[in-house]
Design a protein around this ligand. Structure first.
Ligand code: NAD
Ligand code: UDP
Length: 323
């Protein structure tokens, strides 16, 4: 198949591209490096079926972007968007644009091509949730103009637009809501809790925990996410599907786990709570289990060990393709 993937230079996009190539598909990656890494493109370029287009998808996505030999698309996978809170708060307008205009250009391309479309949405559409764990039917509790709104509302709009293209124009759409995902190739300076804590500990610095550390997250290893995406693309289901690992940790407990894997002598340093920081987050994954026969397989300790190994040796190959 011919697959166009926006956000191919990002953390998730690079893993997805690698797995699609491994499965025999041709991948056209599109990225403007707003939050991605050139090293991800360089690694993928070694593959003869990978083509890269440096472009801002908020400004347009057209057939002219397709390389010679790729004259029809089977799938359009829209992963372009900053995802780390420090990144999207530093680029709030670009984040809104890629969720709005970028999603529309990607949907229009899928419509013209008769391609299947997938939107990478997020657990942030649930905001600071009042329902726990979060099932897909929960409408969320989002501050519509707070510091996280550029991301949350962009993704909520992107979901609405995707459903509108499905209902009004018959585009064959999919929506996934991704919960905190981690693994090799996250940017060391990405600012999310996994990378911050690992790199602080590797430098022998105190680990920073925002607030009292009692807020919770559920951490999914990236190959489990890729497995879920590929399964959803092969079934017909247009409503959103949660993809995340339901094992829930307080951030303080998570910091202790990371510290103990790297250097148990390091102190934990409490810093001011982040604004509008969700207090709890855990996916209800019953839909993905029933629809896709999917469950996350990589336990946190194993995924963290692989992520730490890669942070120590960034050039090392990444293990484990999905089957
Ligand atoms: P990332 O920042 O590593 O990757 C995003 C990529 O999109 C980057 O390479 C960036 O340069 C690119 N990009 C951003 N704006 C663009 C634009 N206008 N045009 C072209 N490229 C653009 O983030 P990630 O963690 O890999 O997240 C990928 C997707 O998954 C995002 O849509 C994000 O919202 C979603 N998601 C991720 C997580 C997670 O935990 N990693 C959780 C929920 C949702
Ligand atoms: N966090 C933290 N220390 C850090 C970075 C983040 O305690 O150095 C907290 C953050 O306040 C949040 C949780 O860890 O409660 C997850 O943050 P992250 O930025 O990874 O993603 P989020 O789930 O908030 O989008």
């Amino acid at each position: 198949m011919n697959v166009l993937l926006t956000g191919s230079a990002g953390f998730v996009g690079s893993h997805l591209a690698e797995h699609l190539l491994h499965a025999g598909h041709t991948v056209v990656g599109v990225d403007n490096y707003l939050s991605g890494q050139r090293s991800n493109t360089e690694a993928l370029r070694a593959h003869p079926r990978f083509h890269f287009v440096q472009a801002d998808v908020s400004l347009g996505l057209h057939e002219a972007h397709l390389p010679p030999g790729v004259d029809a698309l089977d799938w359009v996978l829209h992963f372009a968007s900053p995802a780390s809170p420090p990144h999207y708060q530093q680029h709030p307008i670009e984040t809104l644009m890629v969720g709005a205009q970028g999603t529309q250009y990607a949907l229009d391309l899928a419509w013209r091509q008769g391609a299947r479309f997938l939107l990478a949405s997020t657990s942030e559409v649930y905001g600071d949730p009042h329902v726990h764990p979060q099932p897909e039917g929960y409408w969320g509790h989002v501050n519509p103009n707070g510091v996280r709104s550029c991301y949350d509302e962009a993704k909520r709009y992107a979901e609405a637009l995707t459903m509108a293209y499905h209902r009004a124009r018959g585009v064959d759409t999919r929506i996934i809501r991704i919960f905190n995902t981690y693994g090799p190739r996250m940017r060391a300076d990405d600012g999310r809790v996994v990378t911050n804590l690992i790199h602080q500990a590797l430098r022998g610095e105190p680990l920073t925990v925002h607030g009292d550390g009692q807020q919770t997250r559920s951490f999914q290893y990236v190959t489990d996410l890729v497995d879920g995406v590929l399964r959803l693309m092969t079934v017909t289901h247009h409503d959103p599907v949660n993809l995340g690992n339901p094992d829930e940790y307080s951030i303080l407990h998570f910091a202790e786990l990371v510290r103990d894997l790297i250097d148990p002598r390091l102190p934990i340093h409490f810093t001011p709570a982040a604004e509008d920081d969700p207090r709890q987050r855990r996916p209800d994954i019953r839909k993905a289990e029933q629809l896709l026969g999917w469950v996350p397989r990589v336990p946190l300790a194993d995924g963290l060990a692989r992520t730490i190994l890669h942070a120590r040796h960034p050039g090392a190959p990444v293990l484990a393709h999905t089957s």
